[in-house]
Design a protein around this ligand. Sequence first.
Ligand code: A2P
Length: 340
Amino acid sequence: MAHPRVAIVGATGAVGAIALDVLAQRNFPLASLRLTASPRSVGKRLPFNGEQIAVEATQPGLFADCDIAFISATDAISRDIGAAARAQGCVVVDDSGVWRMDAEVPLVVPEINAGAVAEHKGILSIPNCATTPVAMVLDALRQVARPRRVIAATYQSVTGTGAAALTELEEQVQASAAGGDAPPPEQYPHPIAFNLLPHIGSLQDNGYYSEETKMLNEARKILDDPDLAVSATCVRVPVRLCHSTALNIEFDAPIGAQQARAALRGYAGVTVVDEPANAGYPMPIDCAGRDDVFVGRIREDTALPNGIALWAVCDNLRKGAATNAVQIAEEVIARGAWLR
Ligand code: A2P
């Protein structure tokens, strides 16, 4: 079978850069690769498999010559360029929140619902980077008992906001170390260095921020469980890479810590690191650059009936974004679902 012609829209961004790595590392079959970004980046060259590829401006007309486009830029680009690419017969794997809850758009974590790929009508979405690891943990555990209620507190790194937020954190840390004042924050409403911001996304009428609502709605869609209850508090933390989550999960039947550990150990894409007596648990600095969701601190919850408490860490740019997107494209190819 011929290989697809691929574009990365947002190739200069935090997710786009990792998408290039993931495509190369997974030896993704490519007939050609185009990289696009904003007009600011035109003329830049990005290395890929020993070549230097010139960055192009993102134009709606580009996609007649593309079979698969990964989009990770802005919501407006996902909406406008995503629709334009689809209209030209290019299959879109989108990283934004624009399409995820559209009934015609499969929202896919291949370990959970790879079969949904076959139903695409030109656009597929990856979940929010904080939702993917939670959905995978719930999917692993529902082999033992059905999760009914989830309380999640996240600790989300600045690369989830983008490359500019990482620069902002580093400038604030450097200014503090030098005893000076950092420039006023631009990416966040407050300084992020040495601070915590319980604020990700836009405020909803019910008092939750949108990132918290995404975890509820997206987990229900991916797991095909409209009755699942999720209450999340999403917190931005001064960590470069990896989102961590403290989860308390109530099930419809008793589930022991050993059973939970075994189910998680047996689940593709999850690695259990659970030796608390030896200070063994997942941490962002160990999980960065890796594809699995790492889970530890697995214990029976003292507050919830039939409850499990645990801690999960996931590289938000890899499984939280680029790796999941590339895996979806691999599923599209395996099903021949990109052919015009
Ligand atoms: P650029 O680097 O030229 O600004 P991040 O998530 O790290 O902030 O990255 C966002 C990505 O989206 C970058 O590749 C960025 O390109 C791209 N981008 C931002 N605005 C636009 C735009 N108006 N048109 C096309 N790409 C855009």
